[in-house]
Design a protein around this ligand. Structure first.
Ligand code: AHR
Length: 481
């Protein structure tokens, strides 16, 4: 029988809860008809935000939401999104050339902060450095963070109904500046970063600025950025990394070989983390450039979601995507010493989504279930854990005397039996949650919202035997003695 070993005394670092964050962009159906259905909607809502999503975000303890883009951020003027809603301008959305939609600005900074608070999540704002000035962003920070009764922007915030400052800590300095964010070279971006970051940092105490890091395996970008920023440092608390996997057949009707192909692409995340990190530490930048993998997930052909292609990039989520989530989150846990935060793209009606929604309907996808199953890792001490079978991905952590072990069977062809050994501690009972389906192409729809749903079991005398069905995900919690 194959084995899973957990080495309890071997600690790899603290798993930042922010590793379990999400990204919500003004793109397709993410915001409008996604998180926001409007106060007059047939869907149950709080201030127009879907109550179903709020409740589920709280249940999974999603700690942080990145907003407003993505590419949308490149042309976003935050001033368009404040004040009386009826007076807000309609603008060309960045994605307009793809879907013909315009941005009504009904969700702006105040509403985003409200949504975060309803969900119990922290805001992470990606600022536009492509088409606005450092002063524009300084003003945005002023609006968000200046204490009541100080600046004119604090007074404007108060006039808009929000006397107390939002104290937004995390700010992205640009987005994908190697691409849609201005097609910059790393040298040019590093110079711009210093200029923007200096002005932004000056606006409020306690800010944590995230620079634009590489596109996936672009190790040259990180090398040049670190080379430039380490000699003349600007204020920086993290470096964003974006990595999507995809181009592995149809979203739903993939072949077994395409399953393998996608898993291999997802597994590349480990190398991407390790190689960028080795560059970061070679420049002594480990305190400035902790990795923020703030866009990750599967990017399949769109059109398979409930909107049938009306929502740009909306795609269904099968067991294959759930296994990618499980594998990726295990890699993040195992590398938690290098990672400040991660955000899956995107929250609803889009790529690698956690929810699908339209009008009165709203459902969880298998990806959501994986995030919910993995929440025991948040804030835990990551432990060394490995499996003797290469088709098994595993990670483990300890918090408050409980061990959380998450595993997935990466094979779509064979079930695997495993035996768990925890070196250094004993255990007896176990709570096991399993996400499995005989049909690996299974997915949830408005008509069948629980086609893929987790099952739970409590075992009083757990002997360590684990059966991982092909293409399945499992979370085991044991009380350590
Ligand atoms: O998530 C969709 C898009 O992917 C984002 O807007 C952009 O940052 C990335 O290229």
């Amino acid at each position: 029988m194959e084995k899973i070993y957990v080495v309890e005394p071997k600690r790899l670092g603290k798993i930042a809860p922010e590793i379990y964050s999400v990204f919500a962009e003004h793109l397709g159906g993410v915001i409008y008809d996604g998180i926001y259905c409007g106060e007059d909607s047939v869907a149950e809502n709080i201030h127009g935000f879907r109550k179903f999503i709020i409740d589920k975000m709280r249940e999974a303890r999603i700690p942080l939401i990145r907003w407003p883009g993505g590419c949308f951020a490149e042309t976003y003027d935050w001033r368009d999104g404040i004040g009386p809603r009826s007076e807000r301008p309609v603008r060309i959305n960045w994605w307009n050339q793809c879907d013909g939609r315009y941005e009504p600005n009904q969700i702006g900074t105040d509403e985003f902060i409200d949504f975060c608070r309803l969900c119990g999540a922290e805001p992470y704002i990606a600022a536009n450095m492509t088409s606005t000035t450092p002063l524009d962003i300084r003003d945005w920070i002023d609006y968000c963070n200046s204490p009541a009764g100080t600046t004119t922007y604090a007074a404007l915030r108060e006039k808009n109904g929000h006397k107390e400052p939002y104290n937004v800590r995390l700010w992205g300095v640009g987005n994908e500046n190697w691409g849609g964010g201005g097609n910059m070279t790393p040298e040019y971006y590093a110079n711009e970063y210093r200029r923007y970051a200096e002005v932004m940092n000056n606006a409020s105490a306690g800010l944590e600025l995230i620079s634009c890091g590489p596109n996936g395996a672009d190790y040259g970008w990180t090398q040049t950025l670190m080379d430039s920023l380490s000699t003349k440092r600007g204020p920086m608390a993290g470096m964003a990394v974006h990595y999507y996997c995809g181009s592995a057949g149809d979203t739903i009707n993939f072949t077994d070989d395409e399953w393998d192909q996608l898993i291999r692409q997802a597994a590349k995340m480990r190398e991407i983390i390790e190689r960028h990190w080795s560059t970061v530490i070679s420049y002594g930048m480990e305190n400035q450039a902790k990795l923020c993998i703030d866009e990750w997930g599967c990017w399949h052909p769109g059109g398979t979601g409930p909107s049938k292609g009306a929502n740009l990039f909306e795609q269904q989520v099968t067991m294959r995507d759930a296994v990618v989530s499980a594998l990726t989150l295990n890699i993040f846990n195992q590398n938690c010493d290098k990672i400040k935060l991660c955000a899956t793209a995107q929250l609803v009606n889009n790529l690698h989504t956690l929810f699908l929604a339209h009008d009165a309907d709203c459902i969880c996808t298998p990806n959501y279930h994986v995030f919910n199953m993995y929440k025991g890792h948040q804030g835990g001490d990551a432990l060394e854990a490995f499996a003797t079978d290469n088709d098994v991905t595993v990670s483990a952590s300890e918090k408050d005397g409980a061990l959380t072990l998450t595993a997935a069977n990466l094979s779509c062809r064979r079930d695997i039996e495993l035996d768990l050994t925890v070196y250094g501690k004993d255990y007896n009972s176990a709570d096991i949650i399993s996400l499995a389906n005989d049909n690996l192409r299974a997915h949830n729809t408005f008509d069948a919202p629980e086609a893929v749903a987790p099952t739970s079991a409590h075992i009083d005398s757990f002997d360590g035997r684990i059966e991982l069905a092909r293409g399945s995900v499992m979370a085991i919690t044991v009380k350590l003695k």
